[in-house]
Each structure stands twice: as structure tokens, then as C-alpha cells.
Design a protein around this ligand. Structure first.
Ligand SMILES: [Zn+2]
Length: 287
């Protein structure tokens, strides 16, 4: 069934677990994620990132995600990831998405608040949840949902991390449902071992009393996931490593199979993505 992000994350809060948010730019990914969630009986978030419009535009893949969510035997939120404008947010809501992220984190603080507030006011009329970002989530430059081509500069520093005191002001003034905070993860494939500032995360969660979202959530150690969930993370964005798993399986198959047909590759990719996503979902359930 289709549920809002707010509903999904408040259940996660009650059960002290995190809901996985998986970018699903292709039919194979979307099916892999839904089947994995149903097999494990866990709630899930199907996300569409704006940068993936080149793979399948939101007008094409969006209705598919919404349909999958409605028919699923588990609670599913359909979410716009890294929305950049009110226009794009409106489009997602028109298509039936139950949650949107507006990312104005690159703007000056007051401008970020202004843009987010505008989205919250709009989305509230339709009872759609809103996630916004404070602090800067950087990118490793390889994969990820923020960079389609992987051309972003690599810059990682604690000065870009979310300030717990500012976070409280931001959430109070914008009235968002979930906050994407920066405390050590990066988008894409990790090129060095991440350092997660768990104390900062705990302070953010304590101050905002709302679910915290972790972006760049694939490629971490199991214990890292447990630590962030116990510190207040309720939504984990997971994508790059699942996409990588699909690609590696296809590569292996191509190397050993002389008779290649494209449709077989989609099945190979789907199964590999499903396996990787299931492993992640199992950890996120924090049992
Ligand atoms: Zn992100």
C-alpha cells in the first residue's frame, strides 16, 4: 500500500529501525526492491532522483513506482529524491508521489528556509511529506544519486556537517517531516573509509525530535548502520552499491555466456540488485 513518508518513519521510530530508500530508475530496480521488501515483510521507500531522468524521466517511471506501491503487500512510500524546484515537486505530487525532498542545501541558510517553507506549504495541502537537507552532503564523484555523470568535485570536511543547534532552528521554522543531515557519509562509491560523527548525529536527533535521513547510505559496515539507527536515523538512502552489484553480475554473465540476449541481462541485474537490497533491508530492520 502507498503511505506517506511521515507514516512510514513514525512506525520506524516506534520500532527503532530504519526504512531503506532505494532509487529505482529502471523497471528492474523497482521490481527488485518491491519483491525484496515483500519477501522480508518490511516497509520500503521507492525513490526517484532527478538526476535519473536521463535513465527514465519521472513522467515514465513515476506512475510505475506509484502503481507498484499501491499493489504492494507492504507499506511503500514513493519519494522524489533531491528535488530542485517547486515545479519538479509539483510534478511528482501530480504523478501520485507521497513524499518529496527539496534540496536547497547549497543555498544560503535563510534562502534554504524560504524555499523549503514554500514546498512545505504547498505539499501540506495534499498531505504529502517533505524532507529537506541542511549541511552539505558531498559526493565521491563515482555514482550516487546526486551526480549523474560523476563529475562533482570531491570535498569532504566537517565544516560541511550539519550543526545540531542550527538544525533545531531549521526544523522548527520549516516544519519538515524529516531532515537529511550531514555527519560523515558521502554520495556514491567510497574512495576512502567514511568516518561517521555519531555524537553529532545524536545531538541533531535530540534537538529536532524528528526522523533523521542518512544519504550516501550504501557501502557502510553493518555496525555503522546499527550505530546510526540507534542514534536516530530512520531513513537510509541506499543506491550506489546495489547498482554496482547489478552491473557486476551482468559483466560476469557477459564474460561467460556466448549467446547474449538483452532481456537476459535485465533478469541477471534484477536478481543481483534484489540480493544486495535484501541484505541491506535485513540490517536496517535492526532486529
Ligand atoms: Zn542524497
Amino acid at each position: 500500500m502507498l503511505v506517506t513518508l511521515k507514516e512510514n518513519l513514525s512506525n520506524a521510530e516506534e520500532g527503532n529501525f530504519a526504512v531503506g530508500a532505494f532509487n529505482s530508475p529502471t523497471l528492474e530496480t523497482a521490481r527488485a526492491v518491491i519483491v525484496a521488501a515483500e519477501e522480508l515483510h518490511v516497509p520500503v521507500i521507492l525513490s526517484h532522483a532527478e538526476v535519473h531522468n536521463v535513465v527514465n524521466p519521472i513522467e515514465v517511471i513515476g506512475p510505475v513506482l506509484v502503481e507498484f506501491a499501491k499493489k504492494a503487500r507492504v507499506p511503500v512510500t514513493v519519494h522524489l529524491d533531491h528535488g530542485s524546484t517547486l515545479e519538479n515537486v509539483k510534478k511528482a505530487i501530480d504523478l501520485g508521489f507521497s513524499s518529496v525532498m527539496i534540496d536547497a542545501s547549497h543555498m544560503h541558510y535563510e534562502d534554504n528556509i524560504k524555499v523549503v517553507k514554500e514546498i512545505v506549504n504547498y505539499a501540506k495541502q495534499f498531505e504529502i511529506s517533505v524532507e529537506a537537507e541542511l549541511g552539505m552532503m558531498t559526493s565521491s564523484g563515482i555514482g550516487g544519486e546526486e551526480t549523474a555523470s560523476g563529475t562533482d568535485e570531491v570535498s569532504v570536511g566537517t565544516d560541511l556537517y550539519t550543526d545540531p543547534i542550527v538544525a533545531k532552528d531549521f526544523v522548527d521554522r520549516t516544519e519538515i517531516d524529516a531532515l537529511a543531515a550531514s555527519f560523515g557519509t558521502v554520495h556514491g562509491i567510497y574512495i576512502s573509509e567514511p568516518y561517521l560523527d555519531i555524537e553529532r548525529l545524536k545531538s541533531i536527533f535530540k534537538n529536532i525530535q524528528r526522523p533523521v535521513v542518512m544519504h550516501g547510505g550504501s557501502g557502510l559496515e553493518k555496525q555503522d548502520y546499527i550505530n546510526v539507527i540507534n542514534a536516530g536515523v530512520r531513513k537510509i538512502n541506499y543506491y550506489s552499491y546495489a547498482a554496482k552489484a547489478g552491473a557486476l553480475a551482468v559483466k560476469e554473465y557477459i564474460q561467460k555466456e556466448p549467446n547474449l540476449f538483452y532481456h537476459d541481462l535485465t533478469v541477471i541485474a534484477r536478481e543481483a540488485i534484489k540480493k544486495d537490497v535484501k541484505r541491506a533491508m535485513d540490517i536496517f530492520s535492526n532486529k
